[in-house]
Design a protein around this ligand. Structure first.
Ligand code: F6P
Length: 332
């Protein structure tokens, strides 16, 4: 048995928008660390809590009964201070005072950038990508995406019923301010007529192509239309209600808007999200245990892998229109 004073110690926090599966990732980190006799400090409210040293020690028992729960038991916050040099300075000092040998950061792109800021200040960090948006360039998967898409698809199924009965056009707004992945996947899985995403410049400010398509669909005998709109596009029209009014005004087809909003951020994680969370959480601690520093756990070519955090953050991923093109073929 190791002496408590010589025991290695890691911190763990969740940051940014929550994502279903974060709890399963916390569980995996705490349990794997406990297995290796590593002490774990659970930091509350992300980087905000780190700056004020708001933490408690976590044991294997503290993460019982959370694998199936949405949200995050550690709470989360969007921490503006991390965008200034002072914030990371303060957070890095706290890591030093707490004598952390490593810090696991579970969150989206902004959070992993925050982790990199700490790495620049000598903190040994491990990033686990978790965001419903799937907008991280260096990983093919982010924890929470599958659950959010399934929630979106379930809503689209229900809207499809009523849209069909009333022969209406339905505009369904899903989350994604800068990224259209949720809209694309919900559009594919829900059989949408069209999908409007921020990556597609011609759609961002102009609905004329969409409206032309809806009119053509009527000519082809389609009784209703399902249009998936990412939040980032809807904002350019005012909101989805305004877009729906514009479609109705020009086409004469009754049009309704539904904004799914934060519904997509909650709920029990799917099996896929629990699987990714378990594997990525395990992998982060395994790397720590093996002395490999400053890594981000990623999905690459369908396999769990890890990248240097600084290199990862420099990765660029051009928009690939293939999924959109296929959705359009399948919606004829
Ligand atoms: O980052 C995930 C996300 O849900 C985005 O899709 C959305 O634009 C944003 O968070 C909403 O953030 P908030 O909950 O802070 O309003």
């Amino acid at each position: 048995m190791q002496n408590k004073d010589t025991k290695k110690k890691i911190g763990i926090l969740t940051s940014g928008g929550d994502a279903p599966g974060m709890n399963a990732a916390i569980r995996a980190v705490v349990r794997t660390a406990t297995f290796h006799n590593i002490q774990v400090l659970g930091i509350r409210r992300g980087f905000e809590g780190l700056m004020t040293a708001d933490f408690r020690e976590m044991t294997a028992k503290d993460v019982s009964d959370i694998i199936h729960r949405g949200g995050t038991i550690l709470r989360t916050a969007r921490c503006e201070d991390m965008l200034t040099p002072n914030g990371p300075d303060k957070a890095a000092q706290v890591c030093q005072v707490l004598a952390l040998d490593g810090l696991v950061v579970i969150g989206g792109d902004g959070s992993l950038n925050g982790a990199a800021q700490l790495a620049r200040r000598g903190v040994n960090v491990y990033g686990i990508p978790a965001t419903i948006d799937l907008d991280i360039n260096y990983s093919e998967y982010t924890i929470g995406f599958d659950t959010a898409v399934n929630t979106g698809m379930d809503a689209v199924n229900k809207i499809r019923d009523t849209s069909g009965s009333h022969e209406r056009c339905s505009v369904v707004e899903v989350m994604g301010r800068n990224c259209g992945q949720i809209a694309l996947w919900c559009g594919m899985a829900g059989g949408a007529e069209d999908v409007m995403i921020p990556e597609c410049n011609e759609q961002v400010m102009d609905a004329s192509r969409l409206i032309r398509q809806i009119m053509e669909n009527r000519g082809k005998g389609k009784h209703h239309n399902l249009i998936l709109v990412a939040e980032g596009v809807a904002e350019n029209f005012g909101d989805s209600e305004a877009l729906a009014r514009e479609i109705e005004r020009i086409t004469g087809i009754e049009t309704r808007a539904t904004i799914l909003g934060h519904l997509q951020r909650g709920g029990a994680p799917t099996a896929a999200d629990r699987m990714h969370a378990g594997m990525m959480g395990y992998k982060a601690v395994e790397l720590f245990q093996n002395g490999v520093q400053n890594r981000v756990i990623v999905m690459k070519d369908g396999r769990y892998d890890h990248l240097d955090i600084f290199e990862a953050l420099e990765t660029e991923k051009p928009y690939n229109s293939r999924l959109y093109d296929i959705i359009k073929v399948l919606s004829i």
